[in-house]
Design a protein around this ligand. Structure first.
Ligand SMILES: [Mn+2]
Length: 316
């Protein structure tokens, strides 16, 4: 294998190069993209936010970015199913590493995340963030809305995350309430998929409950998302607890009765027309995982988000 190299996370000569690391070895950036803080010429960024102090039940999502990066080693340099292309043949993408947060000063966390996200977005790059618990979506939404205006929120989740919020809480269950109140999302263009818990408010957001996901086809769910968002700039947030605990046991607040990863990946694969301006995958907590089931699901969801981006780019 004379042309093969290893440790693309720091040896890659080009940001668009296909990696050839063996799945069982090599430095673990997300999908072996180069680790760098240099945003010059970069089209897409993967970034980790190792934060879980807002978790209401079991903590551990601060280890999510590490687990998802490690699980992403299963993606070799072949075209990634169902996308029939090397996602990075033309799309220059880096792994920006993690966000530095002070575990003793959580009141500073939202502003730090928002500021660092804004720095990445100012470069014009697409940002895909790996959480961390779902609180992180609040400062991420703020940074994206500052560029694009109020966003259509497409949320895959078992929970609505609309619990009471006084504007100061560090809570992974209230970012949607805050985002509606502060006008960073447009509830009339927003939709939540996989909901199977009750919350005090829905703010007029369209809900597709867990049992409806079971009854609808993937094409029907994708159509509902595309109809609801209506071509508006969208932010895609994927709480891994959208999936049934059988497919994602490694998470903080699992809820039985959810969809399979196959069903939801099929939905994601049909979202090509969605104008995704930013995305995240949150709530992967590897301490409760088994055989990397949840980390692999999270890495695959992230890969699909990049695949959609690469296909949209190629169609331009
Ligand atoms: Mn959530």
């Amino acid at each position: 294998m004379p042309s093969k190299t290893i440790d693309h996370a720091f040896t890659a000569r080009s940001l668009t190069s296909a990696a050839t690391d063996p799945t069982f070895a090599g430095a673990l950036s997300f999908m072996r993209r180069r680790f760098t803080k240099n945003l010059k010429g970069v089209e897409a960024v993967v970034w980790g936010i190792p934060f879980d102090a807002a978790t209401s039940n079991r903590p551990g999502a601060r280890f999510g970015p590490q687990a998802i990066r490690r699980a992403s080693a299963i993606f070799d340099n072949d075209p990634q199913y169902p996308f029939s292309r090397d996602l990075f043949a033309d799309m220059a993408m880096i792994d920006y590493g993690d966000c530095l947060l002070d575990y003793g000063n959580h009141h500073r966390t939202p502003a730090t995340i928002e500021r660092e996200a804004a720095k990445i977005l100012t470069s014009g790059a697409f940002l895909l963030t790996l959480g961390g618990d779902h609180f992180i979506t609040w400062p991420l939404l703020k940074a994206h809305a500052a560029r694009h205006g109020p966003l259509a929120l497409v949320q895959f989740d078992a929970h609505q995350d609309t619990w009471f919020d006084d504007g100061k809480r560090i809570d992974h269950g209230s970012f949607v309430a805050r985002a509606v109140r502060d006008g960073v999302i447009d509830p009339a263009r927003s939709i939540q998929v996989g909901i199977r818990t009750h919350a005090p408010e829905d703010f007029g957001i369209r809900l597709i409950y867990g049992h409806e996901v079971e009854e609808m086809t993937a094409a029907e769910i994708a159509r509902a998302i595309l109809d609801r968002t209506g071509g508006c700039p969208a932010y895609l947030t994927f709480d891994i607890d959208c999936l049934d605990p059988a497919f994602a046991p490694g998470t903080g607040t699992p809820v039985a009765g959810g969809p399979s990863s196959a069903k939801i990946l099929s939905v994601l694969g049909k979202l090509g027309p969605l104008d995704i301006r930013g995305a995240d995958v949150v709530e992967v907590a590897p301490a409760y995982d088994h055989a990397d089931i949840t980390a692999i699901a999270g890495a695959t969801v992230a890969m699909y988000m990049l695949g959609l981006r690469a296909e949209r780019r190629a169609a331009r």
